[in-house]
Design a protein around this ligand. Structure first.
Ligand SMILES: C[S@@+](CC[C@H](N)C(=O)[O-])C[C@H]1O[C@@H](n2cnc3c(N)ncnc32)[C@H](O)[C@@H]1O
Ligand SMILES: Nc1c(NC[C@H](O)[C@H](O)[C@H](O)CO)[nH]c(=O)[nH]c1=O
Ligand SMILES: N[C@@H](Cc1ccc(O)cc1)C(=O)O
Ligand code: SF4
Length: 456
């Protein structure tokens, strides 16, 4: 149970094992593949004692830091990217999420005020074009499950052929809404400016993009790739254990469906990332069971480029408002989550420290606990901000160089798939991206179009 959860929720899976902390640590240090019991011993710093033992914790962090150095060396990577989320309208109602707004508020005849947005493909293109001009390599786009969003026109026709599409397949035509998001294919094509890498379509979104059809995930991801998709984010993972999903996101796809979606993306030839969102109602057994699902998937397919632990941002969420949790993960839990991810996921090369969730100081600390990637410039962020997170929306290349060299590591700009890397020269006065289609080393904000002088 995390420190923050108020109730035990009657979970069947609890952090109890037959393993000892010492044996688990020994195996981790020797580079042996860990079992779930080993992982739980490390994550809890021993189930034989209550709470986190600070001395044992340091031993786990040290083992993970050493493993990181052996696996990927001392470079710290990051990507020049933009978040361009298309819509906050969603019908799913996950209890940890304050990104979404109830979809019916977006209907033209609703007079209830809301803070949400829906972008048309043309609006997405303008936003991405500006960021490409600033030198980004990647655009990341994740959205709510808007009832008018469909894969393509063929999908729309199928959904319209149902007797009652709203009730049967969660479809309403775009003319019901204030703004038309177009189709997923149109959005991806619009965002594909000058060949910029498009990272989008979580398994949850892919499930929405195939609703009411018998299409496979592979088929859906192939069509999305034809439209401009380059890789897929493995969010919607949350905690991949059914009894936890029943509490925090009963309307969401299940664990098996998430795995099937990721497999479909990989079968369509796309790289994917994988995530865990932790620090709410789950316990350490659930966290390690989740790592096991990811490791198993990677054993079978090998397309996961990075693992991203997303620490739950609790402030403005239904889970917190309703008293189901009293906060998020502690610093020690964040450190152990990163460290055990590194040690358990022996087949995933990169572990990301997410500054948007942790802030600069903790994000840097986590680079000494097993992480080797410091996310991206982002430029605009809504999910964490709307949940009450306060660590901003942008990090410049100068910020990155300063932070990473301050901990004695080498800053390296990367592509989304990590296959292209460019070490930065820390002695330069200013730094900017070089890998994007229009990047030329100029600092990003210097190239931001001034809205006052923009001509369109
Ligand atoms: C907001 S959704 C958008 C994409 C799509 N609707 C989905 O669920 O995959 C993307 C991810 O943001 C993360 N997220 C949402 N609310 C969060 C919160 N309060 N704290 C941390 N992560 C959060 C979750 O992991 C979620 O899967
Ligand atoms: N950790 C978060 C990410 N990570 C994604 C990266 O920035 C990048 O897009 C990925 O590594 C692929 O190159 N993105 C978010 O929007 N929010 C996060 O918390
Ligand atoms: N956009 C998601 C997180 C995310 C997106 C893509 C990733 O590869 C990883 C994480 C958020 O802000 O929470
Ligand atoms: S996490 Fe995704 S599916 Fe769930 S409510 Fe938020 S936007 Fe909708």
């Amino acid at each position: 149970m995390t420190g923050a959860a108020r109730d035990d929720f009657g979970f069947d899976h609890v952090p109890e094992t037959d393993q000892s902390f010492e044996n688990a640590l020994e195996k981790a240090r020797a580079g042996e593949r860990l079992t779930i019991a080993d992982g739980v011993e490390l994550m809890t710093t021993g189930t034989d004692t209550d709470g986190i033992d600070p001395v044992r914790k340091e031993l786990v962090l040290e083992a993970a830091d050493r493993r990181r150095a052996e696996m990927v060396g001392d470079d710290v990577t990051f990507v020049a990217n933009l978040n361009n989320n298309v819509t906050t309208a969603c019908t799913t109602g996950c209890l940890f999420c304050n990104f979404k707004n109830t979809a019916h508020l977006f209907e033209s005849d609703s007079d209830v005020d809301h803070q949400g947005f829906t972008k048309t493909p043309a609006e997405s293109r303008d936003i991405v074009s500006d960021a490409v001009e600033m030198g980004i390599y990647e655009v990341t786009s994740v959205s709510g499950l808007h009832p008018a969003l469909v894969l393509d026109e063929e999908h729309r026709e199928i959904l319209q052929s149902y007797d009652n599409p709203a009730a049967e397949v969660n479809y309403k035509p775009p003319d019901v809404y204030d703004a038309d998001p177009g189709t997923y294919a149109e959005q991806l094509a619009a965002m594909s400016v000058d060949g910029v890498h498009v990272h989008s379509m979580t398994p949850e979104e892919a499930h929405h993009a195939k609703r009411g059809t018998d299409w496979s995930y592979e088929e859906v991801y192939r069509r999305l790739a034809d439209a401009g998709l380059d890789s897929a984010p493995g969010t919607a993972a949350e905690i991949l254990v059914p009894e936890v999903r029943d509490v925090i996101c009963p309307g969401k796809i299940g664990t098996d469906e998430w795995v099937a979606g990721m497999e479909g993306a990989m079968e369509a030839g796309l790289d994917v990332t994988a995530t865990i969102m932790y620090g709410h109602v789950e316990n350490e057994m659930h966290r390690v069971m989740h790592l096991d699902v990811v490791r198993d998937l990677q054993d079978r397919h090998g397309g996961i480029t990075e693992f991203v632990p997303l620490s739950f941002v609790y402030q403005n969420t239904p889970l917190y408002d309703r008293g189901l949790v009293s906060g998020g993960a502690s610093d020690a839990e964040d450190e152990l989550m990163i460290a055990v991810s590194r040690l358990y996921l022996d087949n995933v090369e990169h572990i990301q420290s997410s500054w948007v969730k942790f802030g600069n100081a903790k994000a840097l600390k986590l680079l000494n606990c097993g992480a080797d990637d410091l996310m991206g410039t982002i430029l605009s962020e809504e999910i964490t901000k709307r949940a009450g997170g306060e660590y901003g929306e942008f990090r410049s290349f100068d910020d990155y160089v300063e932070m990473i060299s301050a901990i004695g590591r080498r800053p390296v700009e990367r592509s989304t798939d990590y296959r292209t890397r460019r070490p930065l020269n820390v002695d330069d006065d200013h730094h900017g991206p070089m890998l994007g289609p229009r990047a030329d080393g100029t600092p990003m904000l210097e190239r931001r179009r001034d809205p006052a002088t923009a001509d369109d």
